[in-house]
Design a protein around this ligand. Structure first.
Ligand SMILES: [Zn+2]
Length: 172
């Protein structure tokens, strides 16, 4: 059984800027374990801590590319964005039922800490670069729907309203 449920839009925790992790302790390791578990349960390819209601700068990725199949990064920072951009369709476990094309830089360099506390640097392209940018956005309180044009956002207005309704019905 999954320990923590994925928080769904428009829960305000998804709009918060997350805090840097100052110490990688037992709690951090537990959280990362729970993040992988929640992501796998939904067959996702990435998850950020705020999606489990925790405002800490931690992300996990599960993607078959290079040797980074299972990646957890603490305090991730993108130190390089390519000028070249690419359009890829995105979805989000916190915004069920909505998939839209989003344009972002094609290649990035990611720096952060592995679970062991070791400093890592990853040169990412393709889907890996895309997922990393999507997850780091979560740590800054930004969702992929925030990056849509006015016209595209209009196109999904009804879906967002449905999520808003579900959310207010479920909240006390
Ligand atoms: Zn997401």
């Amino acid at each position: 059984m999954v320990k923590r449920k994925i928080i769904v839009y428009p829960d305000p925790v998804l709009s918060l800027v997350s805090e840097e992790v100052t110490e990688i302790d037992e709690e951090t390791q537990e959280l990362i374990k729970d993040m992988f578990e929640a992501m796998d349960e939904e067959v996702g390819i990435g998850l950020a801590a705020p999606q489990l209601g925790v405002s800490e700068r931690i992300m996990v990725v599960s993607i078959k590319e290079k040797n980074f199949e299972r990646l957890a990064i603490i305090n991730p920072v993108i130190s390089f964005f390519s000028e070249e951009t690419v359009v890829i369709e995105e979805g989000c476990l916190s915004i069920p039922g909505i998939n839209m094309d989003v344009r972002r830089p094609a290649n990035i360099i990611l720096r952060g800490l592995a679970r062991s506390g070791r400093l890592v640097e990853i040169n990412a392209t393709g889907m890996l670069a895309r997922v990393i940018q999507h997850e780091i956005d979560h740590l800054d309180g930004v969702l992929f729907i925030d990056r849509l044009s006015y016209k595209d956002k209009k196109a999904i207005e009804a879906n967002l309203q449905a999520l808003n309704k579900q959310y207010s019905a479920a909240s006390p």
